[in-house]
Design a protein around this ligand. Structure first.
Ligand code: IMP
Length: 438
């Protein structure tokens, strides 16, 4: 049996993946990040205490679970060392026997971050609204075959030569944009220092995962960002620079695709997006403001206010298809309490014509077709079983399930670890069957 479970964002990121991974980690042996870098921000609330992780997988707060950063990630080594130190300070055991960093993961270096910011500044109104964490430039160097990898930290001579290779290219671009270039030693000296600290954690992650999968252990593949930010399948060019979809899990972690048995898509009960780019169901009104306020919709990494809107079933059907979602975890249902009516985008029109699929271009031009459903007034944070929810809330979940065509397996009604309602679909019987869009 395939014991791998992929947890993937089904919208534009910030769906609450960290919380769902934290929940599923109880039964898992390993949690592995397979793409992205410190552009992600997972906020976890455990015992009333808030922890924000950018690189370390959310599973680290479970004693005894192993956590890994896969080959498909781009890692800012200073950020990683800071996170490990703050976890240790909070009393979390972070030792090389349970924290693994792939030999093959790429490094995000200060020139990548400076370049990311310089490009955004130069783009003016056309900027993408990146997190400024150097993600795009680091992936460019990776596929440009001049990147610096974790394994290079273990050999100072090779490290120097790799850093020189990056700077040969990147300094030219920095200067072209009017930004300061770097000297080799400026980049190298802090890396040599950090290499001592990170060295013991650097290992062959794919090999270790393989041993667990062969033993029948559950391995969680923790996605970052969301499907609509995928570099190929998202709202290009307003995307991140990695493949965020579920198929990327095996590539980025270093195991075969047969390892994956379940693909859990995480979606909020409404929609948000941070950064620029099309967002068909966006609300630029009092309701959008209310969702932002009640849902505390501010970026965990940059603090930016998130754009808010209604649930978009067209986008979700697309996410279900491109990820092969086997189930959905619905988050933040509690945020909708108190709204008299709710809207759900059930289709798109462009020039008056119905669109059959999520468009690859001109998403700005589409007009969502909304269905209005009844809201509920009661607060629902305290509900722990489905029957404790008002009928209108249950009907809302059922309707989303029908529209997306994938069974809901859990519903989250608050930020705390315990605020999760296990859900056995009323509409779909099988949880493990793969549903694609209709
Ligand atoms: P980058 O990943 O920093 O290059 O940013 C590219 C786009 O992805 C921007 O719109 C960011 O706001 C968005 N983005 C990157 N990481 C996240 C995330 O973890 N959550 C939500 N949006 C993200």
């Amino acid at each position: 049996m395939s014991t791998g479970i992929v947890v993937v964002g089904a919208q534009w990121g910030d769906e609450g993946k960290g919380k769902v991974v934290d929940h599923l980690a109880t039964d898992a042996a390993v949690v592995v990040r397979y793409q992205g870098g410190a552009n992600a921000g997972h906020t976890l609330v455990v015992g009333g205490q808030k922890t924000v992780l950018h690189l370390v997988p959310s599973g680290i707060l479970h004693p005894g679970k192993c956590c890994a950063i896969g080959a498909g990630c781009v890692v800012d080594p200073h950020e990683l060392a800071t996170e490990l130190a703050s976890l240790r300070a909070a009393g979390v055991a972070v030792e090389p026997d349970r924290m693994w960093i792939s030999l093959r993961a790429q490094l995000v270096l200060p020139p990548h971050q400076r370049l990311d910011k310089a490009r955004e500044a130069a783009a003016g109104a056309k900027r993408l609204g990146t997190t400024g964490r150097g993600i795009g430039p680091a992936y460019e160097d990776a596929v440009g075959r001049r990147g610096v990898r974790m394994v290079d930290l273990l050999d100072p001579d090779r490290l120097r030569s790799r850093v020189e290779g990056v700077l040969r290219e990147r300094n030219l671009v920095l200067e072209g944009l009017g930004a300061e270039p770097f000297t080799t030693d400026e980049v190298l000296a802090p890396l040599l220092e950090i290499a001592e600290e990170l060295g013991p954690f650097i290992t062959d992650v794919g090999h270790r995962l393989d041993a667990h999968l062969r033993a029948g252990d559950i391995v969680l593949f923790e996605g970052a960002q969301g499907s609509l930010l995928d570099v190929s399948h998202g709202t290009y060019p307003f995307v991140t620079s990695s493949a965020t979809v579920a198929g990327s899990a095996s590539v980025g972690a270093g195991v075969g695709p047969g390892a994956v048995g379940r693909v859990v898509g995480i979606t909020k009960a409404y929609a948000t997006r941070v950064g620029a780019g099309p967002f068909p169901t966006e609300l630029n009104d009092e309701t959008g403001e209310r969702l932002r306020r009640v849902g505390a919709e501010f970026g965990a990494t940059t603090g930016r206010p998130r754009r808010c809107g209604w649930f978009d079933a067209v986008a979700l059907r697309y996410a279900a298809r491109i990820n092969g979602l086997t189930e959905i975890a619905l988050t933040k249902l509690d945020v909708l309490s108190g709204l008299e009516t709710l809207q759900i985008a059930v289709g798109y029109k462009a020039d008056g014509v119905d669109l059959e699929s999520f468009p690859a271009v001109d998403l700005e031009q589409v007009e969502p077709v909304f269905e209005t459903v009844e809201g509920w007034s009661e607060p629902i944070e305290g509900a722990r079983v489905r029957d404790a929810l008002p009928e209108a809330a249950r009907a809302y979940v059922r309707r989303l399930e029908e529209l997306v065509g994938v069974p809901v397996s859990m519903v989250s009604v608050g930020p705390g670890r315990e605020a999760i309602i296990p859900w056995s679909s009323e509409t779909y019987q099988s949880r493990h069957k793969s549903y694609s869009s209709k």
